[in-house]
Write a protein that binds this ligand. Sequence first.
Ligand SMILES: Nc1ncnc2c1ncn2[C@@H]1O[C@H](COP(=O)(O)OP(=O)(O)O)[C@@H](O)[C@H]1O
Ligand SMILES: [Mg+2]
Length: 260
Amino acid sequence: MKTKVICFANNKGGSGKTTTCASLAYAFGERGKKVLMIDGDMQLNLTLSYFNEDEALEFAKSDRNLYNLVKNGGNVKDCIVKTRYENVDLIPSSTLMSSIEFELFTKWQRESIMRKTLSPIVEEGIYDYVLIDAPPTLGCWVMNLLVASDYIALPVEASPWGLFGLANMFEFIESVREINPDLSLLGVIVTKVDGRKNYFKQTLETLRSTEGIRVFDQVIHTDSSVEWAQDDSKPVGGYKKSSRSAGEYAALADEILNKI
Ligand SMILES: Nc1ncnc2c1ncn2[C@@H]1O[C@H](COP(=O)(O)OP(=O)(O)O)[C@@H](O)[C@H]1O
Ligand SMILES: [Mg+2]
């Protein structure tokens, strides 16, 4: 099977992109898939989902991070680090990522740098899935991440403002398709559902009645295990398999694998 690249993006912060990317990487790995995660955000949250702060800052200081790779070129394989889970690897981020837009500005074919950077591993087919965690912006950098992807997955928070700005995201996807016409919308993942409140039903109804949008059946409820897992530098499935969110992310992984 050809390596499939999935980018988790939404210009709204706090929508569950990083949590979903980290949790699904773990669930795919558990299902015997080889996964490479890519931390595309200067907040290092995906890196911190698998490594402690000291380790994350060490990657940022060394050459083994995405910023260095994009800025200076080099072999993508040299930037891959192993996590404690056999099937799950990572390209860490760097705090210097804050100036990535500036770095891209002077480059030739600046929207396609990531696609070219990743092509050696995608073509070699070492990984079943590459999962990219995008920052909450809609600039040239996120354009790069989406030009390098086969699919975009859209985590949306089940909150009154969760849907605000989604139209901008869809317009952005259309502009990415001018360069990468093969980019498909994998689907919307509804996150942080609070079962005690009824609000999420409205979010789901609005999304499900929107033409051209696929919404995954499996939603993710708010679960304090997610935060405890992040505090312990582990994805929730690795932290507490019996937790509600670990089960939900495992079921979502199956739903996604059935679709792709
Ligand atoms: N299912 C969940 N239950 C509880 N807290 C969650 C859940 N998903 C995400 N969070 C919390 O919400 C915040 C935003 O999630 P995050 O994945 O970082 O979103 P994004 O990457 O889109 O900014 C984080 O503090 C995270 O711990
Ligand atoms: Mg994030």
